[in-house]
Write a protein that binds this ligand. Structure first.
Ligand code: PEP
Length: 251
């Protein structure tokens, strides 16, 4: 049985004091034995403080990106070893904003996924089509290429430790959500790719989230879909009460 994940992606928002206040507000409101995994994806600057603040609770802390090397001359980057040392458990890899604005490719995503796993971090691998690709009926091809590219060369047991987030680019931060049926269909395509490339057991094990303008008003519909195992949420994760509503919807 796959446990759904509600992950709040703050992007480049909040100051340290705002971030810590958020965690103080939500950490004890996550139901014990929660039916969903609750995660906050924070800017690197606050990770240390947030891991400390969330210790002993059911709230998990994630990074939004990392480099694939352990150390070296990579000015401004953060290494997987450093994230692990802080007590971070998850890391978002290949978010469409990073693919679009910071030159991430399926190849760099693959390197980062391997590096994350080798340090015991769980990668949340983002895939999804642009509006142009959707209108050209290329959605399935795009997500298939991205999923295969991200997981290239991984063992089956490693693939089972990953999370995939299907995030249609046209739905991110736009207020446009894929219908829950459309989102479920593409998550199903991703599961089929996992089954054909690895095995049915692996496809069964991997949590596949949907992301793109998820909010309290549409989360229940999305969580009710067979192939959707939670959500990666930007805007609606910034306020504690909205984040908690998303978590409550899964409980
Ligand atoms: C995201 O940042 O991954 C995202 C899905 O953003 P939003 O929920 O704001 O569309």
């Amino acid at each position: 049985m796959r446990k759904p994940i509600i992950a709040g992606n703050w992007k480049m928002n909040k100051t340290k004091s705002e971030a810590v206040s958020f965690v103080q507000e939500v950490k004890n409101s996550i139901p014990s034995a929660s039916k969903v995994e609750a995660i906050v994806c924070s800017p690197d600057l606050f990770l240390d403080a947030l891991v400390q603040e969330a210790q002993g609770t059911d709230l998990k802390i994630a990074a939004q990106n990392m480099h694939f090397e352990d150390n070296g001359a990579f000015t401004g980057e953060t290494s997987p070893a450093a994230l692990k040392d802080l007590g971070v458990e998850y890391v978002v890899i290949g978010h469409s904003e990073r693919r679009d604005m910071f030159g991430e490719t399926d190849e760099s995503v693959n390197k980062k996924v391997k590096a994350a796993l080798s340090h015991g971090l769980t990668p949340i691998i983002c895939v999804g089509e642009t509006l142009e690709e959707r209108e050209a009926n290329k959605t399935n091809d795009v997500v298939t290429t991205q999923v295969k590219g991200a997981l290239e060369g991984l063992s089956e047991s490693d693939v089972q430790k990953t999370v995939v987030a299907y995030e249609p680019v046209w739905a991110i931060g736009t207020g446009k959500t894929a219908s829950s049926e459309d989102a479920n269909e593409t998550c199903g395509v991703i599961r089929e790719v996992l089954s054909n490339t690895f095995s049915a057991d692996t496809a069964d094990a991997v949590q596949i989230q949907y992301g793109g303008s998820v909010k309290p008003a549409n989360i229940e519909d999305l969580l009710g879909q067979q192939d959707i195992d939670g959500a990666l949420v930007g805007g609606a994760s910034l306020e504690a009460d909205s984040f908690l509503k998303l978590v409550e919807a899964g409980n």
